[in-house]
Design a protein around this ligand. Structure first.
Ligand SMILES: [Mg+2]
Length: 414
């Protein structure tokens, strides 16, 4: 019996999630006007993370600098990313998927794979089931998804990328010739612009051209690993299993895969701050403290790198942890490699009371604690999407800066 895999992908996730939040609050629907998520309008910094269809009509592209997007479309409404809202919406639609699928793999913040293999006794028509899941997400949560159906993850994902939004597509083996092969090479999964340019130079313009190419020749021309992968993907072959991620509830870690590559420090730090805040809040809710923190980054090429730092002291204060997160990030990232995933994990968890250091110190920390308490309270009352920490909140407690100064001193001494 062949396997059956669904790929569920939210249509312009960041933008529709923000739009949905605003519509619920009685505001205008961002999806109907030229709008985009990302960057800072005044400083003209950062990149476009997601855009509306009307913005697309102006030529606004995901991943391009905000300044350029504003040149193309001066009336563009820019909204700041809100990763806490995204985490909430992400969890909500994946919960709906879990009602129907035995195994769900969160692939990124707005995408998951469902392993529907051997469920034919439960559901006789996979396409009808996909429509049911898609419609339930749209009708209960207020945003749309595409669902792709195939016999493996690759074909399911490729099918999900066909016409959008709010659609179900299949890509079964007998459909590969008609549906996959006519597409341009750059639409093949994992083919970036550099690989696409190389393939085009060799007159391999469509996925079908790559599929028809001799496998050994492709491995010689494109490198062993990439050549093999391209040949397999172009032929719709993939045998990676749908793997449920290990539950993170026990550990204090959180990570997010972003919809578009993150290439600027501001956006990366905003994501890391939201992640730090969410793990620190969990820590505080449990009355625990941490003594180390690790930052994980995944590059566009799917390479993971981690860097751990000992915290200057055992703590549960967001601003103190974040200061070390920022340092770890700066030491880890080369400021060039586009990032696809960012993660924060706390370690050295203890439940002991910490020793008081000095009165001065405690006063400052008390301020920081008060801020954490306010944030935690609001979150508890109104849900985790209700509040977002601006980095300005961190101007109050000087812990971060002081820590930085100490670090600089240490570095200068070396
Ligand atoms: Mg998406």
């Amino acid at each position: 019996m062949a396997n059956l895999i669904f790929h569920v992908d939210v249509n312009s996730a960041f933008l529709s999630w923000e739009a949905m939040r605003r519509v619920k609050a009685g505001e205008a629907d961002l999806r109907l006007i030229p709008s985009a998520v990302g960057g800072d309008r005044d400083k003209r910094r950062g990149v476009i993370l997601a855009k509306s269809i009307p913005a697309k009509a102006y030529g606004v592209k995901t991943g391009e600098p905000v300044g350029l997007a504003l040149q193309k479309c001066p009336s563009l409404v820019l909204v700041k990313p809100n990763f806490r809202l995204y985490e909430m919406c992400s969890a909500a639609f994946m919960d709906i998927c879990r009602k129907y699928a035995p195994v769900v793999e969160k692939f990124s913040i707005d995408e998951c794979f469902l392993d529907m293999s051997h469920t034919e006794r439960l559901y006789d028509d996979p396409v009808a089931l996909a429509y049911r899941i898609k419609d339930e997400i749209r009708d209960t949560l207020g945003f749309t998804v595409n669902i792709g159906i195939g016999e493996n993850k690759l074909t399911a994902k490729m099918a999900g990328d066909f016409e959008k939004p709010d659609r179900v597509h299949t890509l079964f083996p007998h459909e590969i010739k008609d549906k996959l092969w006519p597409l341009p090479v750059e639409s093949l999964y994992m083919v970036g612009s550099a690989t696409a340019a190389k393939l085009k130079k060799m007159h391999l313009l469509t996925i079908g051209d790559v599929a028809a190419m001799d496998e050994d020749m492709l491995r010689i021309l494109m490198g062993d690993k990439l050549g093999l992968r391209l040949h397999r993907f172009a032929n719709g072959i993939d045998d990676t299993p749908v793997a449920e991620a290990p539950r993170e509830a026990k550990g204090y870690s959180n990570s997010t895969t972003t919809e578009a590559n993150v290439t600027d420090r501001d956006t990366a730090l905003r994501i890391l701050l939201a992640l730090t805040d969410s793990v620190a809040a969990r820590l505080r809710a449990d009355g625990a403290k941490a003594s180390s923190v690790a930052v994980t980054l995944r590059s566009e090429a799917f390479l993971d790198k981690s860097h751990q730092k000992k915290l200057p002291r055992v703590t549960d204060i967001t601003s103190e942890i974040y200061a070390s997160v920022e340092d770890a990030f700066d030491e880890l990232w080369d400021r060039r490699t586009p990032l696809r995933l960012l993660g924060v994990a706390l370690g050295g968890i203890s439940w002991e009371e910490e020793a008081q250091l000095s009165f001065f110190d405690d006063e400052e920390r008390e301020k920081a604690r008060k801020l954490d308490r306010v944030v935690d309270d609001i979150r508890e009352k109104f849900g985790s999407g209700a509040i977002k920490r601006g980095s300005t909140c961190f101007d109050t407690p000087d812990v971060g800066k002081k820590h930085k100064a100490q670090m600089d001193l240490k570095r200068n001494r070396k």
